[in-house]
Design a binder for this molecule. Structure first.
Ligand code: SF4
Ligand code: SF4
Length: 631
């Protein structure tokens, strides 16, 4: 009886220790300004099965640690029925019964227990002996949790192995009744019974201590990350339009963040995948997306009304993010680190607090609707002189983008693409009065300016009635897609020029000679490889006939440094991102660098020139290379 009372008190304390901090965090999440978006339920369930239940993403990003983590995770799931049964046994009850079903379940779970032991020991060795920098300083609680998991598995296996042994001892004692061995058999049995009970209690208290530790450590991800993953937006770094009539101006205090950001801050498992892949962190900037999320978490726990900039995070990190999305793409628990950065930038812009170089391009956009202050007639002249057809209901609307309209070098890309379209007899036209999509304005936090440009462009697109848009700029593609949140017809198709060219090759309208003249390395633009579709990774490669691959490639591509309006920022801290990337590209021994984005072309070309390799390794768009391959 006393044992049951003690067990009840221990369970009550364990459950209180588990639920009280979780409720505190849920109340904090509830206080944030915007709730969750729950749409596309079947798709969300599919992602949940792949990323959470099958641990697909965790394994894909870091295969060894991922498999070890998956063993522990699957083992935990398998332990649910035997753990309920374990506590039921404390009250003389049984969840699994006493027959064959119990034997099957407990034996299967024993296999999982061995798998968990292998997984947790490997993870402990990694964390405490190998110690990759991304994991950060060693934490006492991680060691305790690891030890508890080892104890849980060992005590479970011992319990299982001794149950039969105890029965044998009891039989031996009964059959020895009345003989000289009876007393000894009774003694042996009672000692084993006590040891068995002690083992049962060690297992019980380990579970309850573990339960108490979960919400007080990074292990809270066990509870929250399935929810964070389920609720994550399908679009990377998606920010909702601000409603100025409702006096929405961006995030100034923590409670202004969206609910998913707060949930994410509490879900971080501190794995450091974002730390490993962030171009800012990799080039010596202050920004570290892992630290950002942990700082937000600590801030939320301290006071959700606390100011973000200054009190919670350093202002400097805000203007070092290229919005490349590497952090979000890598994160195994569904956190989107770019969203709080962009929401805070909006708050800073509302307070007039932006890097001075941003004010210049904001002014240019306001006056001349392009960030470089080119006069619009220059674009009209270029379009007219080169015979671009004006859009008039043709099949494709070719969205040129500012650099194609104005920049002397990038115009060559546009002309190459035009020649390919003309040679294939594609029906297309351009809008001579298109304005900047507002990509950089939006990423810089100037939502008001973005919406001004977006409204003008949406009107133009609606009036044109285009249903299919093609663009050479992945930033334009992303931003025009965002117009759908502002009233653009959601049925409009917007694709990258490498997709259209690939389709033309596929139907034989463009015939390519695959004998390329020079070894080419392909640089995946972030806004194509991570923000885009899987074909946006395969199409350029197919067109280039299998280019050289740098170490960081495809979805793991390393940013050129331009996105998130950083092309307009002064990069004074650490190594320049474009230089880091260009050195990697040149390190493949390629004689030319292929790109699929105007920003990438500018940044990588600048870096090749800085490195004195401008003539040796030209930077060309895929369209320019394809034009040279047309038979
Ligand atoms: S979006 Fe890119 S630059 Fe920004 S924090 Fe994430 S990884 Fe770093
Ligand atoms: S934010 Fe995501 S990727 Fe970064 S440390 Fe936390 S869990 Fe890992």
């Amino acid at each position: 009886m006393i044992e049951r009372i003690l067990l009840t008190i221990a369970i009550a304390l364990g459950l209180y220790g588990f639920f009280a901090p979780i409720l505190t965090r849920l109340r904090i999440i509830q206080k944030t300004s915007k709730g969750f978006v729950i749409d596309q339920i079947p798709r969300r369930i599919g992602r949940f099965i792949w990323e959470v239940l099958l641990q697909g993403k965790v394994i894909a990003q870091r295969p060894f640690a991922g498999i070890m983590h998956a063993l522990v995770f699957w083992g935990f799931l398998a332990f649910v029925p035997v753990t309920l049964d374990h506590f039921a046994r404390g009250y003389g009850l049984s969840v699994l019964g006493h027959g064959a079903f119990r034997s099957v379940v407990t034996t299967v779970v024993a296999v999982f227990a061995v798998a968990v032991l292998i997984g947790i020991i490997a993870l402990l060795v990694r964390r405490f002996a190998v110690r990759p920098p991304a994991l950060g300083p060693v934490k006492f609680e991680s060691g305790i949790v690891g030890l508890l998991i080892v104890i849980l598995m060992v005590t479970y296996l011992w319990d299982l192995s001794q149950r039969e042994h105890l029965r044998e001892l009891a039989n031996a004692w009964q059959s020895s009744a009345g003989t000289d061995q009876s007393e000894h058999a009774a003694f042996v049995m009672s000692v084993w019974a006590i040891l068995y009970r002690i083992n049962w209690w060690i297992h019980s208290l380990s579970i309850l201590t573990f339960l108490w530790l979960i919400p007080r450590s990074k292990h809270l991800h066990l509870v929250l990350s399935p929810v964070t993953t389920f609720l994550k937006d399908f679009e990377l770094a998606r920010i909702r339009p601000l409603d100025f009539e409702k006096e929405e101006f961006g995030a100034a205090k923590l409670a202004d963040f969206s609910a998913h950001t707060a949930l994410g801050a509490f879900s971080c498992v501190e794995c450091g995948r974002c730390y490993d892949h962030c171009p800012a962190r990799n080039t010596g900037k202050l920004l570290d997306p892992k630290k950002l999320m942990l700082d937000l978490r600590d801030g939320f726990l301290k006071d959700p009304q606390q100011a973000i900039v200054g009190a919670t995070i350093d202002e400097e990190i805000l203007w070092q993010c290229t919005t490349c999305g590497a952090c979000t793409f890598q994160c195994p628990v569904g956190i989107d680190q770019v969203v709080p950065i962009l929401e805070t930038r909006r708050g800073q812009v509302a307070e007039g607090n932006v890097p001075h170089t941003f004010n210049t391009f904001f002014g240019n956009l306001e006056r001349l609707q392009n960030p470089w202050a080119y006069p619009t007639p220059q674009a009209h002249e270029f379009i007219r002189d080169n015979g671009y057809p004006e859009y008039n209901g043709q099949e494709w609307l070719y969205w040129m983008g500012c650099l194609a309209r104005f920049d002397l070098t990038y115009r060559k890309v546009s002309l190459a693409f035009k020649k390919i379209l003309d040679s294939a007899g594609v029906s297309y036209g351009v809008l001579k009065d298109e304005q900047c999509t507002g990509d950089a304005a939006r990423r810089a936090g100037n939502e008001f300016l973005f919406q001004q440009l977006a409204t003008a462009n949406i009107e133009m697109l609606k009036a044109a009635g285009a249903k299919k848009i093609v663009a050479t700029c992945p930033h334009c593609i992303r931003t025009i897609s965002e117009y759908k949140d502002l009233g653009l017809d959601s049925g409009i198709e917007i694709i990258h020029h490498t997709q259209l060219i690939s389709e033309l090759v596929g139907v034989g309208k463009v015939k390519l000679n695959q004998e390329t003249e020079a070894a080419t390395v392909y640089h995946d633009p972030c806004y194509l490889s991570r923000y885009g579709k899987p074909e946006d990774i395969s199409n350029p490669r197919a067109l280039l006939g299998g280019p050289l691959e740098p170490e960081r490639t495809r979805e793991k591509s390393f940013c050129c440094g331009a996105g998130g309006a950083m092309i307009f920022a002064e990069e004074t801290k650490g190594k320049r991102v474009n230089r880091e990337r260009t050195e990697e590209l040149l390190g493949t021994g390629a004689a030319r660098i292929a790109v699929g984005c105007p920003f990438c072309q500018v940044m990588i070309r600048d870096a090749t020139n800085d490195l004195g390799k401008g003539d040796e390794a030209p930077v060309l768009d895929v369209a320019q290379i394809v034009l040279g391959m047309i038979e």
